[in-house]
Design a protein around this ligand. Sequence first.
Ligand code: UDP
Ligand code: MG
Length: 318
Amino acid sequence: MEKKLITILVPTYNEQEVLPMLYERLTKLMNQLPNYNFEVLFVNDGSKDDSLNIIMNLRSKDSRICYVNLSRNFGKETAMIAGLDYSKGDAVVIIDADLQDPPELIPEMIKYWEEGYDDIFAKRRSRKGESFLKKFTSKMYYRILQSFTRIDIGKDAGDFRLLDRRCVEALKKMRESQRYTKGLYSWIGYKKKEILFDRDPRAAGKTKWNYGKLINLSIDGITSFTTAPLRWATFFGVGISFIGFIYMLYTIIKTIIQGVEVPGYASTMVVILFLGGIQLIFLGVIGEYLGRAFYETKARPLYFIDRYNETKETNQNK
Ligand code: UDP
Ligand code: MG
């Protein structure tokens, strides 16, 4: 029987310190699994350091290494879809370059894949090397996001997973530009299996995330998944209007009974400021969705690539 091909997809941005270590761990793993063919596909996401050269060197030594070089830095979400577009495997394993996702878990993923699961994802049991604040905010965020939607968003599961070819094809169909891939994995469905692991701290190099990026990703997560905040705005508006109406009746009746009363500056100001604030917040919420609609209607390609292995890309037909 023909051996199955497994693509190991590595989004890479300024990872020169870890790439040699990663390669070593991956080769060890690939040698342990002689019944499969492997393709290690690096997506170089516009690294400013030596990552691309290191990858090209690896390729000259080892033909299992492939790479896609993006025309600039597009972010991990886009790097992943680029990788899925260029992957050839019957299954694709997405793994971070920094060895926070232990490659040693891949054989177990393959085992479940052979048993018929389509999406085997690794769920963190612990998060070593992450601050209390990061853990706490992440927990709260998932709780909120989950409360919005019936679809089960894998809490504590990242992008480290094995995807069957049909999941890959499904993900490739979703060409939205503000990608929240974590939600998409759940959205496409198929047979899922979770395995638990302890997430290691980054092996070397620095994290590319900061709170600004995380906040943006969180907002993308909510706005790409649900329009619940818009509905909240409606409910809130109805609630406030009702209170306002009652207050109006009260004021009219009071004026009829007691005559015109001049003082009342403080209460008027309070109401104006409060409602002004609420209106601005929900204007912002509407703006978020309008902005997303704006980006999606432009329907720009998700990325451009400089080269795939040795071939320089000119026609971007993916
Ligand atoms: N990454 C990327 N493009 C970016 C930022 C990150 O391809 O713009 C890659 C990075 O090289 C790594 C993975 O995404 O393989 C996860 O990044 P990082 O380890 O910095 O994130 P964290 O683990 O801290 O969430
Ligand atoms: Mg990391």
